[in-house]
Design a protein around this ligand. Structure first.
Ligand code: SF4
Length: 371
């Protein structure tokens, strides 16, 4: 079996670590690119979510590299993610692409299907080996997220512009050649040490922006046109609470074990959105409130065109903007998104935040309207 899986930001690193540890042959598709999006856009229904289109592009590119099976996570609830596996299966089979789709779904109380799928991937069921691989995967995912967070801190403060991007980009490519969780962890530590050597302005108090929205487009730099790096290079420190490790730990492992994750966002979202409506909308609302209470300068919401949960969030965010006097900008992404128009909006938002800082410095707290 030659297994592939979709790209979503840095997810390929912990997934590769897990499959390496389990001795599974995996083929990682090329990093998300224009060609993958074009392939997916041709194959998927026009109104399908953008992540589904890029996933299809990833699968076809991996198929051309020799992959014969796909590993996906499943989902349930009110948004379209629950149909993804079935849609991939149907679309690929209509195209005559012979790939098996294996779904790792979070079981209710029936663990048999999950165990059978694990058995199929690993060619057996050595529980000790599997638990060890899961533990290592969690560790790798945490380390990758810490490394990414470090880039968010260093980038706006670096003295020589571009130093963070150079080290981080080289890490993202070089990790493809490293095998096994133990070596991958060492490689992450090396990249961390290199980042810590970058000369920074210790006195600088950068503008702080929170990134919220749909998990794929917020975590995947190709889909969001590298917004975190662009903001960082403009001297803005970003924070993104929805991460790969959070998804693996809270949404997969803890859910499977019926354990509670970090639910501060739920409490914060309550006055505006008291229930889960699919995707990460409750996180979007709750984290925006938490950012506002924490004194952040602004919030950017990112989501794919037609993403139902985030459309609801978008309609609620103006109330939070008004109640907490925090500017919020929504960026909607699809395959037609033009870089120039997108960047004009981002730059205008940055100007607004800088102007607010100046006004605060001279006249005390002031609010300029974004909308
Ligand atoms: S969260 Fe949004 S983009 Fe993701 S599957 Fe659901 S509707 Fe589609």
């Amino acid at each position: 079996m030659k297994l592939t899986f979709p790209h979503m930001g840095n997810t390929y690193i912990p997934v590769k670590a897990m499959l390496d540890d389990l001795g599974v042959n995996c083929i990682i598709p090329p990093f998300n690119n224009k060609k993958a999006l074009e392939i997916g856009t041709k194959l998927a229904p026009e109104l399908a979510c953008l992540p589904l289109k890029i996933n299809l592009g990833n699968f076809i590119q991996a198929y051309e590299m020799g992959a014969d099976s796909i590993l996906m996570t499943g989902g349930c609830g009110p948004c379209r993610f629950g149909y993804y596996c079935e849609m991939h299966r149907e679309i690929l089979s209509d195209m005559g692409v012979d790939m098996k789709v294996i779904t790792l779904d979070i079981p209710g109380n029936d663990y048999n299907k999950l165990l059978n799928n694990v058995r199929e991937i690993t060619g057996g069921l050595n529980i000790y080996k599997i638990l060890k691989a899961v533990k290592n995967t969690v560790e790798v995912s945490k380390k990758v997220d810490e490394l990414e967070r470090l880039t968010f801190k260093i980038r706006p403060r670096e003295i020589h512009k571009g130093a963070t991007d150079k080290i981080y980009r080289s890490f993202l490519y070089s990790i493809l050649k490293i095998k096994g969780s133990r070596n991958i962890k060492k490689h992450i530590d090396k990249a961390r040490n290199k980042l810590l050597e970058i000369q920074t302005d210790k006195e600088m108090k950068p503008i702080r922006v929170g990134i919220v929205g749909e998990i794929y487009t917020t975590n995947d730099p190709y889909s969001n046109l590298y917004i975190e790096s662009r903001l960082g290079n403009e001297g803005i420190e970003v924070t993104r609470p929805v991460t790969v490790s959070g998804w693996i730990i809270d949404h997969m492992i803890k859910k499977a074990l019926h354990l509670k994750g970090d639910e501060r966002y739920k409490e914060a979202a309550k006055p505006y959105l008291g229930t889960m409506i699919g995707g990460h909308s409750q996180e979007t609302i709750g984290n925006t409130v938490l950012f506002a209470k924490d004194g952040y300068d602004g919030v950017v919401q990112i989501f794919p065109l037609g993403c139902m949960p985030e459309i609801v969030s978008e309609s609620i965010l103006p109330s939070i903007e008004r109640d907490f006097k925090i500017p919020v900008m929504s960026l909607i992404i699809d395959e037609m998104t033009g870089e120039a128009g997108y960047m004009t909006r981002v730059e205008a938002f940055i100007d607004l935040l800088k102007r607010r800082r100046e006004i605060d410095a001279f006249e005390g707290k002031g609010m300029l309207s974004w909308n």
